[in-house]
Design a binder for this molecule. Structure first.
Ligand code: FES
Length: 84
């Protein structure tokens, strides 16, 4: 996963959540519930295909793939670029 603003690349093992890997490199990361229902962690997706597991985004927003809840979401593409 690439972080566009930070200029960092983070590898997320299958047994870790995105947000866990992100906390390691971004101490000021915005989040709250970590369960996909508050929206605090919504992050713009600049490239790649997110796999949504939240209960906030509409079907249209999911299909558009322009943002995701990084606390529960994953990705189905090899590469994901986030606006972080
Ligand atoms: S932290 Fe609440 S939706 Fe991600």
């Amino acid at each position: 996963m690439q972080l566009a603003r930070t200029g960092t690349t983070v590898t997320v093992p299958r047994d870790r959540r995105l947000i866990e890997a992100l906390k390691d490199v971004l101490p000021g990361l915005s989040y709250d519930c970590e369960k996909g229902y508050c929206g605090a962690c919504e992050t713009r997706v600049l490239a790649g295909t997110p796999e949504h597991r939240d209960s906030i985004l509409s079907e249209d927003e999911r299909a558009a793939g322009r943002s995701m809840m990084i606390c529960v979401g994953r990705c189905t593409s090899e590469r994901l670029v986030l606006d972080l």
